[in-house]
Design a binder for this molecule. Sequence first.
Ligand SMILES: Cc1cc2nc3c(=O)[nH]c(=O)nc-3n(C[C@H](O)[C@H](O)[C@H](O)COP(=O)(O)OP(=O)(O)OC[C@H]3O[C@@H](n4cnc5c(N)ncnc54)[C@H](O)[C@@H]3O)c2cc1C
Length: 472
Amino acid sequence: MNNKQTTVSEEHLLYFQQLLGNRVHTGEAVTAHYASDHTEDFVFYPAVVVKPESTEEVSAILRYCYEHDLIVTPSGARTGLSGGALANHGGVLLSLERMNRILEIDEHNHQVTTEPGVITEVLQQAVREKGLFYPPDPASKGSCFIGGNIAENSGGPKAVKYGVTKDWVLNLEIVLPTGEIMWTGANVIKNATGYNLTQLVIGSEGTLAVVTKIVLRLIPHPTQTLLMLVPFRQGTQACEAVSKIFMAGIIPSGLEYMDRDAILYTIPHVDDAPDILKDDHDAHLLIELDGFNLDVMMLDCEKIMELMEQFDIDEILFAESEAQKESLWKLRRKVGEAVKSHSIYKEEDTVVPRFQLPQLLSAVKRIGKAYGFQAVCYGHAGDGNLHVNILKGTLSDEAWHNQLPKAIRELFTEVVKLGGTISGEHGIGLVQRPFMDIAFSDIQLDLMRSIKQVFDPKGLLNPGKIFPDKVI
Ligand SMILES: Cc1cc2nc3c(=O)[nH]c(=O)nc-3n(C[C@H](O)[C@H](O)[C@H](O)COP(=O)(O)OP(=O)(O)OC[C@H]3O[C@@H](n4cnc5c(N)ncnc54)[C@H](O)[C@@H]3O)c2cc1C
């Protein structure tokens, strides 16, 4: 670790207090909230939590930390699933929660400028009031921050039609680890000017810079949605049906897969859960269409129904009211949390080209059987993105700690063979680092390390994330 400081002296605290007043927490005032995120059961307490309210304050904090070799971990809402916001080296936790203002909704240009600490759904609702749409909607949209979405390049159900966070970002204001403030691009929808620093920062998991302002593009908000739930008697057939929908020329605005167990475990966690699970249901597809013309959408809906007849399905449920639609989406959004409350778990975020989805599902189940663990699968099937929740259940501690990493390695190797990669939207953070060699060669990893070195020569910003083995 060289001379990097994981603890913070009285002198440092005094500096932060002079800068931020009571927006500095240390000792007992650092609550458990700042020691964990939503990744398994990790707990790492930072030495101090600082809560800037402006870019200038972020800059002053980073400059001071750089001069005094203090480790800094940027933190959003702490809903991350790969441990990116964990202060695994102690040091300073820089929470963006007080930078929570939407600065401008530009209706002329269909753009919004926001600070990073705005909750994603709050941003979506604010632009919706102007008839505008910001589509990326991680299932955590009611609690995660837009800055965290940028850092993770988050997806969500609507990515299948509208793309992920990166597809909506025009420009970012960032603060470099040395404290310098800069914009990465321009507020334009076309930009062929030099290297694309905006896209480099997106998905960099708080390891290159701290994002302090975000300019997003918007589109008119669709006025209609249709939602259907299709029960399949075989999960692999549900996966086969996914690419058939696209091959018929239809692009749904949501196409989600849920294993039987995913629904079974989630129903008790949802008030007034819809009664949808029958004994012979192995998996469900939740399919949403959106648009402006209901007649056109109904035609697509009929085409989907015809396609589904090729498969062994039970009766399709069409949501008849907004309340029923919300109830089905609520069930889907709760799956991750519900399944994880069932047992000690590990979550993987596999992604393959969507035609390969049936092979991915079969591989997960086969590897689970070989190693003796239960794997509950759900996720964004339209993107080929399957979340695999591995439950410890009655597995021995020995098998969990020693055999499971081998099983995960086998799964990821299979994923890469299928043309996919090891994280679709949750990022690498702390937990997936040991597997990066499966996705990337040494030359690719060295190039990424060199980029990190240019942005952060002292390796003080969020160290111990993304890169395997050596901490840079
Ligand atoms: C129930 C549940 C459902 C979820 N569903 C989805 C889903 O559908 N799709 C999806 O993609 N993800 C999903 N997630 C994962 C998570 O919500 C996203 O990764 C989200 O973007 C994290 O945002 P956050 O504000 O909580 O970030 P945090 O967890 O606080 O931080 C995540 C990373 O971003 C960095 N960071 C945060 N803010 C900044 C900033 N301003 N500048 C630089 N770096 C920063 C941190 O250092 C860390 O590396 C889900 C999580 C939960 C708990």
